[in-house]
Design a protein around this ligand. Sequence first.
Ligand code: NAD
Length: 263
Amino acid sequence: MTSGETEPGRRLEGKVALVTGAGSGIGQATALRFAAEGATVAVLDVRPELAALTTMMIEKEHEDHAMALSADVGRAVEIETAVDLAVAEFGRLDVVYNNAGNMGLGSVADTSEEDWDRTFGVHVKGTFLTSRAALEHLGRGASIINQGSVSALVGVQYLAAYSAAKGAVVALTRQMAVDLAPHGIRVNAICPGTVRTPLTEPMLRARGDGDVEAGIAATVPKYPLGRLGTPEDIGALAAFLASDDAAFMTGSIVTSDGGMTAQ
Ligand SMILES: NC(=O)c1ccc[n+]([C@@H]2O[C@H](COP(=O)([O-])OP(=O)(O)OC[C@H]3O[C@@H](n4cnc5c(N)ncnc54)[C@H](O)[C@@H]3O)[C@@H](O)[C@H]2O)c1
């Protein structure tokens, strides 16, 4: 299918999408956007109450079928079971958004071994395990989207483990794109700039000496467009990458950062 044949705004009609970390922030906004574009959505989060909340929001706003799943993406048995449950319910899988994430603050000097392992366990191992579990169900035209960060591309203070993990996700994205291209499966990464979510509040609070709003004010000047991102900004990009409008894109590392890394 070429992009001209897709209906604007209903680009994911007939597709089934799995969004990890979909109970909050960017994942929640993306799950809602995918549903608005016609997808059936498997809403996965390690916190079942958050997965249930997003599922209820989808059912209320779009009257579409959605399914709440609870799993830790860093544990093979849990994520494999969740993927199997989604496919058993919906019969297929077309889009995987590896979005689940955590963030610990610290330079190399003050990052603990536990924080390092926890960060890599979710971002890197989680992306690997979720993709591996999904692969047997993905066919030609499928799209995997990995969640990177601007911190994979430029240095960001006090994010040693997080930046290194996101760098690994970006490298894994290119690697997967090459391996999976012969199977017609596209793999791209999104690198968002700062978006205010529960994930970034501690970082913004630290930047603002205890005040999140002051932290935002201190961060905005790094962004040429003059604002932070929103979860919906990233959800819109994810919907494009998930759709056939991005049919010739694979291995792309796409920033959505208000120009932050253009400077
Ligand atoms: N907010 C930003 O500024 C920003 C910028 C760049 C990249 N990112 C990335 O975007 C993604 C989403 O971040 P967000 O800001 O929406 O955060 P968030 O905290 O609002 O949402 C993250 C969700 O992931 C879930 N989660 C955490 N660990 C999990 C696990 N092991 N298994 C399954 N689910 C798990 C959490 O319960 C939460 O619901 C993350 O990968 C993050 O690193 C965020």
